[in-house]
Each structure stands twice: as C-alpha cells, then as structure tokens.
Design a protein around this ligand. Structure first.
Ligand code: GDP
Ligand code: MN
Length: 383
C-alpha cells in the first residue's frame, strides 16, 4: 500500500527525519493561503501515487503565493502521465511545501533483499534522477548496505557506507542519523519500501527529505490501525480500488484490449500474446477458480468500466472447473450485460470442445488456441 508523499513525510518525521514544512490543499484558494504562510516561497507538488511527477509537470517552484495558487488550481483535476504510468492519474490534491534551497541532491532508500533475507539500504550521491538510470550508467555510485533484521546495524557500518558514497563531510552525521531513522521506521511500520529522492543538502549544510515515498506491506496493515484512514484515501486507481474491494486481482495497464483469464500465469501469457499480435492490453484480470456466471459478470463489468477498452479477450483453461461450465457462465453473464464490443473467448483443456460448441451462434467468438484468440481480438477490435 503506497502512501502519498505528504503521508510518507508525516510518518518519517515521527522517526526524526527532517522534512520541509507544508500542507495539502484541494483547491487554489487553500493552496494560495498555505503559500502565503511561507512568503510565497513554496514548491507545489501533485499528490499522485506515481513516480516521475517532476518530469510529468507535477512539481513546480514559486516565489509568489498567488502564482502558486493558480498553478495548484490548474493541477487539481488534471491527469498526469509519466513513463512509469502511461495511463496516468488524476490529481486530487497538492502538497504546498516550504521551498528548500538545494545545493546537492542525494538518494536514500530501504527495501528488502529477499535473497539475502535482510534489509537493504541504498545510498547514492547521485540523487534527483531515477535510481534505475544511476544503476545503469554509473553503478558504482550506489553503495549498498545489508541490515540484519535482528542485529541491526552498528554505527560504524553506517558511517563507513556514507563515507563510501562520498557524501561530503559536513552532511555525513546527518545522513547517518537519517539512515538510522529510516531503518527504524521501516521495521516498526512494516514498510516494504522507503525511498527519499532527493535527500536535499542546503547551502547552509542542512540535510532534509525533499521527497518521500513509503509503501507499507499490505499484509501487515492490520497491525497499524493508525493507517486505516490512510489506506482509504490513498486509493490508487479507482478501478483497482473497486477490484480490491470485490476481491478481484485487477491491474490497469493503459491499453485498449481488455483481458481476463483463470490463473495469473495464463493471464500474463495472454498479455504477451496480445502484445505479440500488435494489441495493447488494457488490464490484467484473474477471474480465479470456479468462474461461475456471477463472477464472470462482475469481472466483465469491471473490465468494461475502463472507457478505453475496444475489445475483450477471455482466456480459460479448463481444469477442475470444466470449460463447458465456464462457457455457460460466460453466456449467462453476457445475456445480462449490454456489451457492444467484440469478445473472443479461448477455451482449452477439460471440456473445451463442449464449451466452444456452446459459444457457437452467440456474439462471442470462440478460439481454440491462445495465439488464434489474440490475433482475432486484435483484428476485430482495431477493425
Ligand atoms: P518526483 O519527480 O515525483 O520524484 O518529485 P520530487 O519531489 O522528487 O521533485 C522533483 C524535483 O523537483 C526534485 O528532484 C528537485 O530537483 C525539485 N524539487 C522538489 N522540491 C524542491 C524544493 O523544495 N526546492 C528545490 N530547489 N527543488 C525542489
Ligand atoms: Mn522524487
């Protein structure tokens, strides 16, 4: 569960991380009045749960409160699109934060190294840009420090890593303190990622978190009732939130061919096949086992709520649930739905022949193989 930047900063501040002052606003007037508290010297930042907001035009610096308010007004309600998130997200609120004078930008994160069964702290002097880019172009600029979850870290180990990352002398002690706070916040709040990019060093030599990204382990959220409200207002994509409520594994992918199947692996293969056939998958959706009419109907309705969807591919492999039962489920579901886009269903495995036979004469085009199904839906959808 990702937290918004302002929520992440609030959480980290409780552990002693220094963060710039600021508050969230949902309209231009509120944004302007917050900006006035800082003499107009603020940064206005879209609160959307995606990376690369800066490049997407969601972060802007000001020295005038009225202009900051106007920009906030333009940003709220707008859809921001980034390379990481081509479907984009609508901005509902902005963080108006005290402008930090930045001399240097560093990178700091804590995550889980599953292979090592330890926490991993990553430190880099090359902050501000995407860490993937640093990892590719200048891998030695990232210093990695493994943390034993039981024994933790000795101060000298952290000092050593910070020096190795070439963090300048005056900032080193503050960096060590920040790392200790982050590790404690990570463990105590059951986080699965904490990332600060950039850690800002001011010309006066003060170190603070100019951005913050915290993600909590969803399986542990029940241990933190204080985040219950947060969970609600950090609802990511509205369709994904609706799916989660209904217990459906759904991920929006930004294309226009809706996809559903039984089993995560099969759905992922379907995405690849649609892609290979020249289509753009709109989503991942795992119907799960069973796939009775009611379930199929709920899933189809969900996929079609994405207005970009121009065609639907259903990929079913009959196993314990027979293909003909699924076909009946699909037919019953579509009798109750008003669907006016092409639909191709691939049914294979147990009961496949009977299943495909049942689809004949309906609006649903049957296909025996995944490749054939992908090809058909691409032809029909883009016709
Ligand atoms: P992201 O693009 O979603 O990671 O958003 P960030 O919060 O990291 O902002 C992008 C960039 O804007 C940062 O790397 C900084 O260079 C700049 N920025 C953000 N806040 C401030 C600030 O308070 N002062 C200055 N000078 N630059 C800032
Ligand atoms: Mn950032």
């Amino acid at each position: 569960m990702k937290l918004h930047e302002y929520q992440s900063k609030d959480l980290l501040a409780k552990y002693g991380v220094v963060v710039p002052g600021g508050r969230v606003a949902k309209n231009a007037a509120d944004a302007q009045s917050i900006a006035e508290e800082y003499g107009g010297k603020v940064v206005v930042k879209a609160q959307v749960l995606m990376g690369g907001r800066g490049k997407a035009g969601g972060v802007k610096l000001f020295d005038n409160a009225a202009e900051a308010g106007t920009f906030a007004g333009e940003l709220i309600g707008k859809r921001l699109v980034s390379i990481q998130n081509p479907a984009g997200m609508v901005v509902e609120q902005v963080l108006v934060a005290e402008l930090v004078d930045i001399a240097e930008e560093y990178y700091l994160s804590v995550l889980l190294d599953r292979a090592a069964q330890k926490l991993l702290v990553m430190i880099s002097r090359e902050g501000g840009m995407e860490i993937e880019e640093v990892a590719e172009k200048n891998p030695e600029a990232i210093v990695r420090l493994l943390v034993d979850p039981v024994w933790g870290l000795a101060d000298f180990e952290i000092r050593d890593a910070v020096a190795k990352a070439h963090i300048p002398g005056p900032a080193q002690r503050q960096m060590v303190a920040m790392i200790k706070s982050l590790v404690r916040a990570y463990i105590e709040s059951d986080a699965d990622l904490i990332e600060i990019n950039p850690v800002a060093l001011t010309p006066e030599g003060k170190l603070l978190a100019a951005d913050a990204k915290v993600s909590l382990d969803e399986n542990a959220v029940f241990r933190h009732p204080e985040f219950a409200a947060t969970a609600e207002d950090s609802a990511e994509d509205p369709l994904e939130a609706e799916a989660a409520q209904k217990g459906i594994a759904y991920v929006r992918l930004g294309g226009d061919i809706g996809i559903m199947g039984n089993g995560a692996g099969l759905v992922m293969c379907s995405l690849d096949e649609v892609n290979a056939a020249g289509g753009r998958p709109a989503n991942f959706l795992d119907v799960g086992g069973g796939a009775n009419a009611e379930r199929v109907k709920t899933c189809v309705e969900l996929v079609l709520k994405d207005e970009n969807v121009k065609g639907l591919l259903i990929n079913i492999f009959g196993g314990i649930t027979r293909g003909d039962q699924v076909a009946k489920g699909i037919l019953t579901a579509f009798e109750q739905l008003d669907v006016n886009i092409p639909v191709v269903a691939r049914i294979d495995g147990t009961g496949a022949e009977e299943g495909l036979e049942l689809l004949k004469g309906s609006k649903i085009v049957g296909a025996a193989t995944m490749q054939e199904a992908a090809k058909r839906i691409v032809e029909l959808a883009y016709a």
